[in-house]
Design a protein around this ligand. Structure first.
Ligand code: PEP
Ligand code: MN
Length: 340
């Protein structure tokens, strides 16, 4: 790290900082400029680095502390030679193929789930999505079918040869959801629920970590680091849009995050254009754009009758629209050297 001292700092103050850094285990190298002094420090413990920076910043005569290495380790691109592909019984997320996850926002009934699953599978989806435990902004809106919904998801997955991704909202539910799901989804509202992240880190079921709606890339990667540092290194990142000042779309889908993440981390990245736009008329175009910028997968809300969906009907596409979209995505995928 580099500690930048404020203008007019005395040699005693520089010495004080150097001494503090040495106490923390750093080798210290002050550089005295004409106007400013900076103190370079190397070799301290990775573990304490974040706290050390905080403490150093609290000195009145310290202008700034600059970290040279990344604050995350396990998820950093440099920690692996190559991009990770997460293999779920032969379905690889992060490999040459772009993976399609599709299904309703919320599991509503056996009929709704099975009719959707059958047709998205036929159209080429390999993973079934659907919420059994639903995070809701209002406590008075539908909270999901719970365990019954999990059972339906597992059955539908088995019947139509689909893997299942579904959300886990609470630490105490990780084991239960892991019994029925192939991927544990952590929703945007829980991206910084550190107890939940640690618990999922203890699981050996892959995790899909959605971006917090106000999270910076670094905060998102540090959230992934919570899971990875617990020993669960099968993590998929999901860009699902962020809050901006634009009300026309429900969120602003940040597609620049996809290539940016590919340069920062080895983890695969998927895109959710449904939560990302909140509008079914934009889902197809943003799906194509996501594949074009290098997304490793898509997660799309599909409903047999979106106008009657309990949740997120406005952003759910019909099964017919999904069937039409799949070959269009194949064309984009092959244009960027991938397959679908
Ligand atoms: C969802 O996938 O239906 C969902 C609630 O996602 P998010 O956490 O991104 O809002
Ligand atoms: Mn939804």
């Amino acid at each position: 790290m580099i500690v930048v001292m404020k203008g007019g700092t005395t040699p005693e103050q520089v010495q004080e900082i150097a001494g503090r850094l040495e106490e923390m285990g750093y080798q210290v190298n002050p550089i005295f400029g004409v106007e400013r002094t900076v103190v370079g420090a190397v070799g301290g413990s990775e573990h304490m680095k974040i706290d050390a920076i905080d403490q150093l910043r609290s000195y009145d005569y310290v202008e700034d502390v600059i970290l040279i290495t990344k604050p995350y380790k396990f998820v950093a691109k440099e920690s692996r030679g190559a991009k990770s592909a997460i293999d779920i019984d032969g379905i690889k997320i992060g490999g040459d193929q772009v993976v399609m996850m599709a299904g309703p926002c919320t599991v509503e009934s056996e009929e709704q789930l099975f009719s959707t699953a059958e047709r998205v599978a036929k159209a080429g989806a390999t993973i079934l999505r659907g919420g059994a435990y639903k995070p809701s902004t209002s406590p008075y809106s539908f909270q999901g079918m719970g365990l019954e919904g999990l059972k339906l998801l597992k059955e539908a997955g088995k019947r139509y040869n689909l893997k299942v991704v579904t959300e886990v909202m609470h630490v105490r539910k990780v084991e239960e959801v892991a019994e029925y799901a192939d991927i544990l989804q952590i929703g945007t509202r829980n991206m910084q629920n550190y107890d939940l992240l640690r618990e999922v880190g203890q699981s050996r079921v892959p995790a899909m970590l959605k971006r917090g709606m106000t999270a910076k890339l670094e905060e998102w990667l540090l959230a992934a680091e919570y899971i990875a540092s617990g020993g669960n290194d099968r993590i998929i990142l999901c860009e699902r849009g962020i809050r901006t000042f634009e009300p026309y779309t429900r969120n602003t889908l940040d597609l620049s995050a996809v290539p940016a993440l590919h340069s920062l981390t080895h983890l695969p990245v998927v895109v959710d254009p449904s939560q990302g736009t909140g509008r079914r008329d934009l889902v197809a175009a943003m799906s194509k754009a996501a594949v074009a910028v290098g997304a490793d997968g898509l997660i799309i809300e599909v409903h047999p009758n979106p106008d009657h969906a309990i949740k997120d009907g406005a952003q759910s596409i019909t099964i017919e629209a999904f069937e039409k979209l799949m070959p269009e995505l194949q064309a984009i995928a092959s244009a960027v050297g991938r397959s679908f």
